[in-house]
Design a protein around this ligand. Sequence first.
Ligand code: NAP
Length: 238
Amino acid sequence: MDLGLQGRRYVVTGGSRGLGLATARALAADGARTWLVARHADRLREAAESLGPDHGFTAIDVAIEGAAEAIADAVGPIDGVLVNVGGPPAGGTLDLSDAQWREAIDGVLLATVRLLPTLSAQVVEGGSILVVLSTTAREPIAGLGASNALRPGLAMVVKELSNTLAPAIRVNGIMPGRIATDRLMAVASGDVGEGVPLGRVGEPAEFGRVAAFLLSPAASYVTGAILAVDGGLLRSAG
Ligand SMILES: NC(=O)c1ccc[n+]([C@@H]2O[C@H](COP(=O)([O-])OP(=O)(O)OC[C@H]3O[C@@H](n4cnc5c(N)ncnc54)[C@H](OP(=O)(O)O)[C@@H]3O)[C@@H](O)[C@H]2O)c1
């Protein structure tokens, strides 16, 4: 299937490693040009160069005010954006400190809702926005209280924007389950594949392919969807 990505331009935040870089790889493999965003310039440069000559980057912390504007100035009009921010601190709701809650709110909630207005204004008609959530948007995970509190709200932000930006721009959410990235290794313990119906954790490329599809014109009738890429981990149907 041709995803229709040839020559299209995408911003990928959190793009130097993990799920973001995997999505950029899948987009680039089908001919898209990507603009990666993360904090550390060296890793970003290496990631952009690994994709080929048509890819650029901005080194910035997306949790700070003005980050979205700096990215928009650097890229101009785009065909889509993967809104992917750093994960919140681990810890159960009973254990998180006030400082950790603030860090989570700044890093996950505020970072996402600051990126969306400015970057959506850069997306051309027929373009697409995809927001990285977590299965905590549907079911809580023990020991990830901040994610349990914030991701369901961001799922509703996706639904709201899918209505307000229609019909010009599609907006979807994607819920990684347990995908083998640095972040998973930092927050998980024990056998991370245990309890996953497919019997293992996912590979970043398995996430990236689904994300690239949702961002592409091949998904032209999909908006307001919140799709799990979790090997069957979520037990609920809705
Ligand atoms: N992997 C999973 O199984 C899983 C499951 C559920 C949800 N998620 C969520 O998916 C998102 C991505 O996870 P991942 O596994 O890909 O994480 P990762 O491997 O740690 O990669 C995170 C990426 O985001 C960048 N980043 C982090 N904080 C940033 C900030 N403040 N400003 C700009 N860039 C920032 C990092 O680069 P720099 O450090 O250079 O900034 C890196 O490129 C997170 O929100 C995570 O909670 C992941």
